[in-house]
Design a protein around this ligand. Structure first.
Ligand code: GLY
Length: 578
């Protein structure tokens, strides 16, 4: 080799090694996560491939993201019965192609017979088992899913497809059946304790003791018939039709709370979405009765005061300020949040940057606060929990991000006789005894006490983030009770601060702190012992064993307009695009 060639060769390697050593330290780690699913035109990310495919087919037929979301939600009620539902409720956040955001609240509503102490016995103790807010006929709020979906269809659907075209794929899946995954067969079996207590659930999900196995065909003829009536009659079938009568009769026969009148009085509501910014990016989310949007924006506002990117994605410094921010925002959740139709929630103050600065000023960078010392801010004037989230982006720029739930897995475990419809146990999201923990360990205040016609406070956090030019960047949400909020917050900062794509942002290990219990939940392999020791040195406490912090799904649009779909590697499901 001549001398000049040698110099060129050496220079080439110097440049190459400079490029590699100057890459952000996260770069090699990112390669450990799967690539998001790509779709040039449209994308559905849901927790069951069959439901995602239903959504894609609807868009291929000319439907928009709202039409597709409705069809996906109905399909999940069939193929993902642990959380997909028409017997529960939730929140749908829509951004239409004109840049406007719309929030549909179809949260369940307390029946008229549900008063403040309905779940407390004569000795003042929380009722457990039958009669409680977590299982059986008295645990259900009036379901909102069909009312919400119909409102979305009428206001924001494409009008190119009929309502029955959106319901039909779900009806066929229920009628013809689908093949159970190993996880689903095992899940039915693991919930046999609850499901076997109720005749219809025992017959449908446990085959009266002849338990389902992986790959077996699971058919739901009663649910197919209900969906057939909903297809013909619209949502009113569920609220005033024969389905309503079947639900009310079954409730009456078993001492349940929901009456025909409660069903008739249910209304989905359109709310003003809440929004804020994080480092200049607009973040849009759900207002009360979900706490998700407010808690997320309060945490993001506090974190904005710190250089999270330089702290590094899994550093003790970042986990410390994140924990302190979540501790404060969850304390505010307990005190200030509830159904806005029943009490005033100081939304504007809680998501104000100046309020976050005041909150941040109480954070010591090397000492953990104690939750017993952190009250709510000064304002003038629990995981077997289940839920499911899906996100849809169409070819015209409409986006839907939807979280809905039965609360616990399979809800109250009651299937209303003759309907095939599993009912929720959403009444446990109220503070059955204000000031005492619910099944998520969450402490909540008077504003979230049980009252007839009221909606329980939620943690569901369907969220949309825009680029600085105002165009859609990514949308996501999660399942997992209060851990939903932590999962969404950390996914957002993983994208904005750590430069991850949507899949890596959702998959990266995370933590959770909810004020009480005063401990950090960390994930298996999610935190090194030396990081944990630093945090313990600051005074943080940890849960005795690691556990997962929710599961998320989301869609991002890249610079070229390609839709990138992501399903949390912690869960099943599949993003499908075209
Ligand atoms: N049921 C869980 C939530 O609404 O947060």
């Amino acid at each position: 080799m001549r001398k000049s060639q040698l110099r060129l060769f050496t220079a080439f390697f110097v440049v190459l090694s400079f490029i590699f050593t100057s890459l952000p330290s996260a770069a090699p780690v990112l390669a450990a996560w799967p690539e998001p699913v790509r779709g040039k035109h449209a994308m559905v990310a849901s927790q069951h491939e069959l439901a995602s495919k239903v959504g894609v087919e609807i868009m291929k037929k000319g439907g928009n993201a709202v039409d597709a979301a409705i069809a996906v939600g109905l399909a999940l009620a069939v193929v993902y019965p642990e959380a997909g539902n028409i017997g529960g409720g939730g929140f749908m956040l829509i951004r239409t192609s004109d840049g406007k955001a719309h929030a549909i609240d179809y949260r369940e509503m307390a029946p008229a017979a549900a008063t403040r102490d309905v779940y407390v016995d004569s000795a003042g103790n929380l009722i457990r088992g039958e009669g409680s807010s977590t299982i059986g006929y008295r645990a259900s709020g009036v379901p909102g899913t069909l009312a919400g979906f119909e409102m979305a269809y009428k206001k924001y659907g494409s009008k190119k497809l009929t309502w029955s075209q959106l319901v039909e794929p779900a009806r066929l899946l229920a009628l013809n059946g689908f093949s159970l995954s190993e996880r689903q067969a095992v899940l039915f079996y693991s919930y046999r304790g609850n499901l076997s207590k109720y005749a219809e659930s025992n017959r449908i999900f446990l085959r009266s003791g002849k338990y389902y196995e992986e790959d077996e065909l699971f058919r739901q003829p009663d649910l197919a018939a209900t969906l057939g009536r909903v297809e013909r009659n619209g949502a009113k079938e569920f609220y005033t039709g024969s389905t309503a009568r079947l639900i009310a009769d079954d409730m009456k026969a078993h001492g349940g709370l929901i009456t025909l009148n409660d069903l008739k009085n249910y209304k989905a509501k359109e709310r003003e979405p809440i929004s804020g910014t994080y480092r200049g990016y607009k973040v849009i989310s759900m207002p009360p009765p979900s706490s998700g949007g407010i808690v997320m924006l309060e945490v993001l506002n506090i974190l904005e005061g710190y250089d999270i990117a330089s702290m590094g994605y899994n550093s003790a410094a970042k986990f410390h300020v994140l924990t302190e921010a979540m501790r404060r925002a969850f304390a505010d959740r307990a005190e200030f949040m509830g159904d806005p139709d029943f009490s005033t929630v100081p939304v504007d103050t809680l998501i104000d940057k100046a309020y976050a600065k005041k909150q941040a000023s109480t954070i010591d960078l090397v000492r953990a606060s104690k939750s017993t010392e952190i009250g709510h801010g000064d304002i003038p004037g629990g995981e077997s929990m289940d839920t499911t989230h899906f996100t849809v982006a169409d070819a015209s720029g409409n986006v839907v991000t939807n979280t809905y739930t039965l609360n616990d897995l399979y809800g109250s475990a009651v299937t209303a006789k003759g309907t095939g419809v599993l009912l929720n146990d959403e009444m446990d999201d109220f503070a059955a005894r204000p000031g005492k923990a619910n099944m998520f360990g969450l402490i909540q205040g008077e504003k979230n006490s049980v009252q007839p016609g009221k909606r329980p406070l939620s943690s569901m956090t369907p969220t949309i983030v825009l680029r600085k030019d105002g165009s859609f960047w990514f949308a996501l949400g999660a399942r997992g009770g209060p851990r939903i909020i932590s999962a969404v917050i950390q996914s957002v900062i993983n994208v904005i601060d750590h430069g991850m794509n949507i899949q890596a942002a959702i998959d990266a290990p995370r933590i959770h702190h909810q004020w009480f219990p005063d401990e950090i939940l960390y994930e298996p392999y999610g935190m090194s012992p030396d990081t944990m020791n630093i945090l313990k040195g600051y005074g943080h406490k940890f849960t005795s064993s690691p556990g997962y912090v929710a599961t998320a799904t989301g869609i991002m649009v890249d610079d070229k307009g390609v839709r990138l779909g992501a399903i949390d590697s912690r869960s099943d499901g599949k993003a499908v695009g075209y």
